[in-house]
Each structure stands twice: as C-alpha cells, then as structure tokens.
Design a protein around this ligand. Sequence first.
Ligand SMILES: [Zn+2]
Length: 81
Amino acid sequence: MSLVDELRSIRRSPKCPLGVYLDTLSGDELKALEEALAASPAEATHAVLARVLKKYIPGGISDHTVRLHRLEDRACACGPR
Ligand SMILES: [Zn+2]
C-alpha cells in the first residue's frame, strides 16, 4: 500500500454508522430505509430499527445512533437534512 493510500485508509468517515450504511444502499433498499427513518418514532421506534439494522450493519448499531440520526436537526455527524 502506498503512503497516500495508507493515509487515506486511516481516516474514518465523518458520518455516523447509519449514514455510512445509507450510502451503501440504492433502489428499493434505500427507499425503504429512508421511509422507515422518516416514520414517526411512535410508528417505528429507534430500538426496533436498530434491532433490524444490526443484522445488516457490520459492527452493529445502537438505539442511540438511530435516535441521533433521526432527530429533526440531526444530532449525529451526517449534517443537516
Ligand atoms: Zn447520521
């Protein structure tokens, strides 16, 4: 690995794990997840979403991460909606 590749590879994505995962999706999967995230927390709770997503996101994801990403002003590192 070259110095350039190595230095680039040590930098983590500034996005939260959920934002990083969203970037890997496309088509129906992306649409379905965005709809689920946009649903009210009463309809689709953070805990239920985190439980489903844990099966697909390497390293898992916490209820807390899901909650921060879903907040109106997006309290995670993904930036404003
Ligand atoms: Zn996020």
